[in-house]
Design a protein around this ligand. Structure first.
Ligand SMILES: [Zn+2]
Length: 367
């Protein structure tokens, strides 16, 4: 220390700067100390140790006396007639670096003080932090308390009954309103109702699944009828492939339905492609289309064209040429009518408050 200080000292251009700096630092220390009055679980005074009838810890006197006494008697009644042991802690600031969250601080304080009966676990800690930027109201409940004062209800009490007061700096009134509502909840006379979990809307998914299946079945049925109405096995083979494009698009858009339908067809042994038997060697299903078809007659608007397909037997090399009509397609119109099917993944937001802490449940609200 002294060695480092010596180096620092000698590098300073004059001794006066050091002296002035030290004086400034000394003047600032008490100011910094007051500003940084951050409580830790260990430094919060436990009033109960001094006074068995006191439920409120308010070391910085943030509540006025009337409110303090009214609140304290409400907390007394909460314990005597409703069997919930509550501690109210009002602090300007907590050592956030050490705890990460006000909930964690409350949880640690709850366990350090051991609120509630160790079998009934009927403890409740209400922590209020008041400094700008840290303002938060926290409930930490024991397991027993949580049975009657659920996390959802805790959150509702905070937002509906307390925050409107707390926002205006009316800490006493906010705490009194909150404790009164807690009493009502435990008595079963509170009008607050835990929000029912949002019902999921399955209709878009159902419509998507049904519509997709209908489209896939329709494409396949249309292909089947085309194949069935073909005058020759050669035309049938070409017609079988004619709806490939539409089939692929449908398969991509409705993949789950496509897979189901595909499995169904496999089970039903409905193997698709019509096999062509060879006219020459009489082998079954050896004749297949080869190469690209040659346009023999150009299609024009209103009149189909003709394409010549070449079929070859893989066994004996027998070749057959078949003329098959094709429909006119308007050039230059790259019709990309992508009927966007958006599937909503509606995730109903589950409450993230509550639970998680070893002391049981609770809730917190910043304001
Ligand atoms: Zn053959």
């Amino acid at each position: 220390m002294s060695e480092k200080f010596q180096i620092l000292y000698t590098t300073m251009k004059s001794k006066r700067i050091v002296t002035v700096a030290i004086i400034y630092l000394l003047l600032l220390v008490p100011v910094i100390y007051v500003l940084a009055q951050k409580y830790t679980v260990e430094t919060v005074p436990n009033v109960r140790l001094r006074d068995a009838s006191a439920y409120i810890t308010d070391p910085n006197k943030l509540l006025d006396d009337d409110e303090y006494f009214e609140l304290n008697s409400l907390l007394g009644a909460l314990r005597d007639s409703l069997n919930i042991e509550t501690a109210v802690v009002v602090l300007p600031s907590i050592e956030m670096d050490e705890y990460g969250s006000a909930r964690e601080f409350a949880n640690k304080l709850f366990n350090r003080w051991g609120l509630g009966d160790n079998e009934l676990n009927n403890g409740l800690l209400i922590l209020l932090i008041t400094n700008e930027g840290e303002r938060e109201i926290v409930f930490e409940t024991g397991k027993g308390t949580e049975q009657v004062l659920t996390d959802g209800i805790s959150k509702l009490i905070q937002t509906n009954e307390m925050v409107p007061w707390l926002k205006d700096g009316e800490y006493g009134k906010g705490l009194i309103a909150g404790v009164k509502e807690i009493s009502k909840v435990i008595e079963g006379t509170s009008g607050l109702e835990e929000p029912a979990p949002k019902k999921r809307n399955y209709w878009p998914v159902i419509i998507y699944l049904v519509a997709g299946l209908i489209i896939i079945v329709a494409i396949d049925a249309s292909r089947k009828s085309k194949v069935a109405s073909s005058e020759s096995p050669y035309k049938a083979a070409v017609n079988y492939d004619s709806l490939k494009g539409a089939g692929c698009v449908a398969a991509i858009l409705f993949l789950p339905q496509f897979i189901i339908y595909f499995i169904y067809k496999e089970i039903a042994k409905e193997t698709g492609k019509p096999a062509i038997d060879c006219e020459k060697c009489r082998e079954k299903g050896t004749v297949k289309v080869t190469g690209e078809p040659v346009v023999k007659q150009q299609a024009i608007p209103g009149q189909d064209g003709m394409k010549e397909y070449k079929f070859v037997c893989s066994k004996c090399g027998f070749t057959h040429h078949e003329l098959i009509p094709y429909a006119y397609v308007k050039p230059n119109t790259t019709s990309s009518s992508s009927s966007g099917t958006t599937v909503r993944s509606d995730s109903s937001s589950g409450g993230s408050w509550g639970g998680g802490s070893s002391g049981g449940g609770g809730a917190s609200t910043r304001f």
